[in-house]
Design a protein around this ligand. Structure first.
Ligand code: SF4
Length: 322
């Protein structure tokens, strides 16, 4: 099976340095991730970053935590010594990182960290009591200065749906970087939308329709504006994980392209595979493999080029688990 082109060279992805086994945690330890180092490292070129180290906090260091009231941007202060306030320093190094790493296609984060945690990081009331949850300071800066960058916590990638979703987003963003951003034009944008259509449909059918309408009007807009709007909406839509129901809908649309080309018995087999998947009897790989088999032989260029049929390297086995 053909692979997404970028995987041959390795895709640049940022990662919290402690997940790479670097001893940069406040206590001099690390949180080495086997999945990242033993599986994803074959596909991604990891670029480790520790915002706290970069902000000049040494190793070992006094632990820090988020402090503030609900509805306010939390401050980052020392757990033992609240007069140690690194909010501005962390914001500066994070903004600088985002500016210097526009080539990244994603970032894998360490859970629970006041800097790197994606969400559900404890925020303490100024009186010292646990109050609510928020994102870490580095993540807040990434969202502000590089909003289209796919983010995920390493621990959440134990969930097969979230894992597949993150890696799908990384490969889709890579496609955008190489084939739209590298030589921007309306033609490149339309071609991107054309090959990503069924992937988008599987994740967010409303965004699929909305972006189709937007593109029909977009040639009247300045190119830069159209690209920025499309990318922001596209990446946000892919961030919503597809379900069995939404995948089954996209699969039925792909099957529609084969109706005339395959005989009744084959069509029935394909329908049964899609229905088995929708009902949870088999994994997504089953109907996808069957459809790919017939699309390869009988599909038009348009349907063969759909990234939905091959969004990431088959060997990662991501669709064997969802
Ligand atoms: S979680 Fe982030 S800030 Fe903390 S040690 Fe790891 S990379 Fe550094």
């Amino acid at each position: 099976m053909a692979e997404p082109a970028a995987s041959r060279d390795g895709i640049p992805v940022g990662i919290s340095a402690c997940l790479m086994g670097e001893q940069v945690r406040y206590n001099g330890g690390h949180k080495r991730s086997r999945y990242c180092l033993e599986v994803l490292q074959d596909r991604f070129v990891f670029e480790p970053f520790c915002p706290e180290l970069e902000a000049g906090l040494g190793v070992p260091r006094d632990p820090i935590r988020l402090v503030g009231l609900q509805g306010e941007a939390p401050r980052v202060q020392g757990t033992k010594d609240p007069s140690l306030d690194v909010t501005e320093r962390l914001a500066e190094v994070s903004e600088d990182f985002a500016a210097r790493h526009r080539h990244l296609r994603g970032f894998i984060l360490m859970k629970g960290s006041p800097s790197c945690g994606l969400s559900r990081v404890k925020v303490y009331h100024p009186n010292g009591m646990p109050s609510h949850a928020d994102s870490g300071a580095f993540v807040r800066a990434l969202r502000r200065h590089f909003p289209e960058l796919p983010l995920e916590e390493e621990a959440r990638m134990n969930d097969p749906v979230l894992r597949e979703n993150f890696i799908t987003r990384v490969y889709a963003f890579d496609d955008w970087k190489r084939r739209v951003e590298a030589a921007p034009s309306y033609h490149a944008l339309l071609q991107f939308h054309s090959r990503q259509k069924y992937l988008l449909m599987a994740h967010h059918v409303e965004a699929y329709r909305e972006l189709g309408r937007y593109l029909a009007e977009s040639s009247k807009l300045p190119l830069e504006e159209a690209l920025a709007h499309y990318l922001q909406r596209f990446m946000a839509a892919l961030g919503r994980p597809a379900t069995r129901k939404t995948h089954a809908n996209a699969l039925m649309h792909v099957l529609g392209y084969l109706r005339e080309a395959v005989d009744g018995e084959t069509r029935q087999d394909l329908l049964v595979a899609i229905e088995d998947y929708r009902l949870g009897h088999v994994h997504l790989v089953v109907p996808i493999r069957l459809l790919n088999h017939y699309v390869k032989r009988h599909g038009s260029d348009y349907i063969r080029e759909q990234t939905y049929l091959n969004p990431h390297p088959y060997e990662l086995g991501l669709r064997n688990a969802i």
